[in-house]
Design a binder for this molecule. Structure first.
Ligand SMILES: Nc1nc2c(c(=O)[nH]1)N[C@H]1C(S)=C(S)[C@@H](COP(=O)(O)O)O[C@H]1N2
Ligand SMILES: [Mo]
Length: 307
């Protein structure tokens, strides 16, 4: 098979950092601090977003070396070890299904029209560990609104890149490739749901889902699909990788819920990555602490049943 583009070039070789962090958008959107940090290389001091937590942030080293990204293997250090060979430029996202303006959108064109901001979010993995990550991104709703969601659309489906020659985990039958995820449309339109393109004031590392990944902070981490190449608006619930694998353990909603245990372990508490062996456990919060913002999405639903 012929490659459509050279894979020996890295994104950083062909694109100055500011082009994909979209310096202009940051200037417009984030106030001076983040921009100063990006241009000057100093510590980020962006105006705090109303959506950000003030919880202590997980160290960059932990965020980028303790990962789940099965496309590069099942070990926590596999993504950091093997993702370096992933070609992330050029990158485009196909947006289709029940939208007014379907098409294949170049990432730089998507980013040229959004306002990037810093969002410091808790991340709670279904495996009962957690981090606090300062993402850079933009509301998913902004992109969906721009392509025009048609009235019949009820769900949003997401798909990760399928490229086994650069993603060694895809050469094994670990999961049903490509990794797919989905949200109900009201969840996708919620202002907390973002597409992230950076973290700690810099470009998103490959092991964290470069060049663009979903972040849905009130749901277990597996909903936050990495390295997205396709977004499809649908009228029915789309298949999702972990539900397909084991539907009694991983549901479509996957809202963080300390009172609904995983069949094989408790979800009542979590290990805080980097906080030390003994001090590092804390109680898990309903909706990962975002209940004030998102509980109304699930009014009338039995969350023990709709896990
Ligand atoms: N494509 C893809 N996306 C994925 C995963 C994966 O294996 N493949 N793992 C998920 C899981 S289980 C978690 S906890 C988060 C981890 O994100 P992080 O490594 O950036 O902290 O990514 C999610 N997104
Ligand atoms: Mo996870």
């Amino acid at each position: 098979m012929k490659r459509p583009f050279r894979s020996d070039l890295k994104w950083s070789d062909v694109t100055p950092q500011a082009a994909y962090l979209n310096r202009r958008s940051l200037m417009a959107g984030a106030g001076g601090g983040l921009v100063a940090a990006l241009i000057g290389g100093g510590a980020a001091s962006a105006k705090p977003s109303a959506f950000s937590t003030s919880d202590p942030q997980t160290k960059f080293e932990d965020i980028t070396t303790y990962n789940n990204f099965y496309e590069f293997g099942t070990g926590k250090s596999d993504p950091a070890q093997y993702a370096g060979g992933l070609t992330i430029a050029p990158w485009s996202v196909q947006i289709d299904g029940l939208v007014d303006r379907p098409g294949s959108y170049a990432l730089e064109d998507i980013l040229a029209k959004v306002t990037l901001e810093e969002r410091i979010y808790r991340l709670r993995c279904v495996e009962a560990w957690s981090m606090v990550i300062p993402w850079i991104g933009f509301p998913l709703a902004d992109l969906l609104t721009r392509v025009g969601v048609q009235p019949g659309a009820k769900y949003v489906a997401f798909q990760t890149l399928l490229r086994p020659e650069e993603m060694p985990g895809q050469q094994m039958a670990l999961l049903d490739w490509p990794y797919v995820e989905g949200l109900r449309l009201d969840e996708a339109m919620h202002p907390l749901a973002i597409l992230a393109t950076g973290l700690y004031g810099d470009a998103l590392p490959r092991q964290n889902g470069a060049p663009i990944r979903l972040v849905v902070p009130w749901k277990y981490g597996f909903k936050s699909i990495k390295s997205i190449v396709r977004i499809t608006l649908t009228d029915g619930e789309p298949p999702t990788t972990w539900k397909t694998m084991q539907s009694n353990e991983y549901g479509f909603f996957a809202n963080v819920n300390p009172s609904v245990d995983h069949p094989r372990w408790s979800q009542a508490s979590e290990r805080v990555i980097g906080a030390g062996l003994f001090a590092g456990r804390r109680p898990t919060l309903m909706f990962n602490g975002y209940g004030d913002q998102v509980a109304s999405l699930y009014a009338g639903q039995d969350l023990a049943k709709d896990y």
